[in-house]
Design a protein around this ligand. Structure first.
Ligand SMILES: Nc1nc2c(c(=O)[nH]1)N[C@H]1C(S)=C(S)[C@@H](COP(=O)(O)OP(=O)(O)OC[C@H]3O[C@@H](n4cnc5c(N)ncnc54)[C@H](O)[C@@H]3O)O[C@H]1N2
Ligand code: MOO
Length: 411
C-alpha cells in the first residue's frame, strides 16, 4: 500500500496527468464560466480602439497660453466629430466620446466659464496641459496582443473582458464529467428522519458544493450502502454510471473496516492505484488511482474533517490541473500562529482554521475542533496550517506554513 506525503501525492498526480489529452470545444462566452481557455485571447483591436475623452469638457488643439475658445458643437459618447477643429475653436465633448482628429487636449468643464453652446465663447480658468484628460488609443494594448493566456479559468471578470473585446465564442477544454460516490449503511439523505446510529449525507453536499466552487457542473452522484446483499447490484450500477465519468470521487469506505467496499469498486474499474494513504492527519484515509480508460479516481475519507483536508490538499489542486489550469497549486505562506495547540503529531498535521488580518500582520487561528470527524467549524475555514510531524506543541508567535484555501474572507 503506497503511503506518501501530500507533496508526493501531488507530484504523482502531476506525473500521471502528463500525457492527458484535452478535448476542446467551442462555447458561448456567456455560458463559459468555470471552463478553462484552450486558446490565447488576442485583442482584435487596439484597446481602447480610439482615443477618447476621460472627462466631460472641451476638446481643443492645445495652444500654450490660450484662454478663450469658440465652441463649434457638442458631441456625446458614440458620436464622431468629423470636421477639423480649427485653432481657437473647441468641441464640447462628453466622457467616452472619440477625440476629434485635430484635437489633442480636453479641458474639464469645471475649469470653463461660459454656457458651452455652439458659436459661444468659453474662457478657461487656471492652467491646462497638452494631452490632458485623453485616454489614448491602444493605452492598454495594441491589436494582436495576447491579453489572456490559454490555461486561464473563465471567471466573471474574464467574461467581462471577452465581452468588452467583442468576442462571443471561445475554445475551452471540455468540462470533465464527475461521478460522486458516497458510502455507508449509516448514511441517510436530507429529509429522512434521523434514527439511532444514522447520520446525514453531508459529504455529498460538501463534495458536490466544492466541485461547483471549482467550476465543475457536470456532476452525477450515487450512494453505495455497503450492505453485503446490495453489493453486486450497487457495483453494477456504479460501473454503468462510471461509463459517463471522467473523474470519480468517493467518500468513505477506504479504511480497513469490514464493510469498506470502495476498494472493491475501484478494483472492478481496473483502477491502478498511485497512492493508498497519505502521511497526514486528518485525511490519511485518501486514495488516488487511474483506470485503464484514463479516468481519475480520488477516494476521500468518510470523516468530514478528513475529507475536507483530502479535498483541499490533494483533490482540488489536482482537479485544477486536470481542467487545464496553468496555476493549479495551492498558495502556501509562512504565517504566525495565534493559537496554542498541544497534540502528539506522529504525522504532519493540517490544522483547520482561519487566517485573520486585523491588527497588522496576518495570524492563523485554529478551529476549536480540527479532528477527522469535526464538521461544524468547517464553514469558517480559509486555511490549513501544517504542523510537521514530531512537533507536539504550538505556541502563539510560532511560524508555520499555511495553505490558503481561498474560501472566505476571514473575520
Ligand atoms: N482500525 C482502524 N480504523 C480506522 C483507521 C485505521 O487506520 N485503522 N483510520 C481511521 C481514520 S483516521 C479515518 S479518517 C477513518 C476513515 O474511514 P473511511 O474513509 O473508510 O470512512 P467510513 O469508515 O466509511 O466512515 C468514517 C466516518 O465518516 C462517516 N461518514 C461516512 N460517509 C459519510 C457521509 N457521506 N457524510 C457524512 N459522514 C460520513 C461515517 O459514519 C464514519 O463516522 O477510519 C478510521 N478507522
Ligand atoms: O485517516 Mo483519517 O483520514 O487521518 O483522518
Amino acid at each position: 500500500m503506497a503511503v506518501v506525503t501530500v507533496e508526493e501525492a501531488l507530484q504523482l498526480w502531476d506525473e500521471a496527468l502528463q500525457t492527458q489529452v484535452y478535448k476542446v470545444e467551442t462555447i458561448d462566452v456567456q455560458a463559459a464560466k468555470g471552463y478553462v481557455l484552450a486558446q490565447d485571447i488576442i485583442a482584435p483591436t487596439d484597446v481602447p480602439a480610439f482615443s477618447k475623452s476621460a472627462m466631460d469638457g472641451y476638446a481643443v488643439a492645445y495652444e500654450a497660453g490660450r484662454k478663450e475658445y469658440i465652441v463649434d458643437g457638442i458631441i456625446g459618447a458614440g458620436v464622431v466629430w468629423e470636421n477639423p477643429v480649427e485653432s481657437g475653436h473647441a468641441v464640447r465633448i462628453m466622457t467616452g466620446a472619440a477625440i476629434p482628429h485635430t484635437c489633442d487636449t480636453v479641458i474639464m468643464q469645471e475649469q470653463v466659464v461660459g454656457i458651452g453652446e455652439p458659436h459661444t465663447t468659453i474662457t478657461i480658468q487656471g492652467g491646462y496641459h497638452c494631452g490632458d484628460h485623453i485616454i489614448p488609443q491602444g493605452e492598454e494594448c495594441v491589436a494582436g496582443t495576447i491579453v489572456i493566456p490559454q490555461g486561464t479559468e473563465i471567471t466573471s471578470t474574464v467574461q467581462t473582458i471577452l465581452t468588452g473585446l467583442g468576442i462571443t465564442e471561445i475554445s475551452v477544454n471540455a468540462m470533465p464529467r464527475v461521478l460522486v460516490l458516497t458510502s455507508g449503511h449509516e448514511v441517510i439523505e436530507p429529509g429522512e428522519s434521523l434514527t439511532p446510529g444514522k447520520i446525514y449525507n453531508s459529504n455529498r453536499a460538501m463534495i458536490c458544493g466544492l466541485l461547483e466552487d471549482l467550476g465543475f457542473h457536470k456532476i452525477t452522484h450515487y450512494h453505495v450502502s455497503d450492505a453485503p446483499e446490495e453489493l453486486d447490484s450497487e457495483i453494477n450500477h456504479v460501473l454503468k454510471l462510471s461509463e459517463a465519468a471522467d473523474v470519480i470521487i468517493s467518500s468513505g469506505g477506504v479504511s480497513v473496516g469490514l464493510f469498506d467496499t470502495m476498494p472493491l469498486i475501484y478494483e472492478k474499474l481496473g483502477a491502478k492505484s498511485i497512492y493508498a494513504r497519505i502521511q497526514m492527519r486528518p485525511g490519511a484515509a485518501s486514495y488516488g488511482a487511474v483506470t485503464p480508460k484514463g479516468q481519475i479516481i480520488f477516494g476521500l475519507s468518510g470523516n468530514p474533517g478528513a475529507a475536507f483536508n483530502g479535498w483541499h490538499l490533494i483533490v482540488a489542486p489536482t482537479l485544477r490541473r486536470y481542467k487545464g489550469l496553468t496555476n493549479w497549486t495551492t498558495p502556501v505562506v509562512a504565517c504566525v500562529m495565534d493559537t496554542e495547540i498541544f497534540k502528539r503529531n506522529a504525522f504532519d498535521r493540517y490544522v483547520q482554521g482561519k487566517v485573520i488580518f486585523g491588527g497588522g500582520a496576518p495570524r492563523f487561528v485554529a478551529n476549536r475542533h480540527f479532528n477527522s470527524s469535526s464538521m461544524l467549524g468547517l464553514y469558517t475555514v480559509n486555511a490549513l496550517a501544517c504542523i510537521p510531524r514530531g512537533i507536539h506543541e504550538v505556541h502563539p508567535g510560532d511560524t508555520f506554513d499555511v495553505y490558503l484555501l481561498g474560501l472566505l474572507p476571514a473575520v
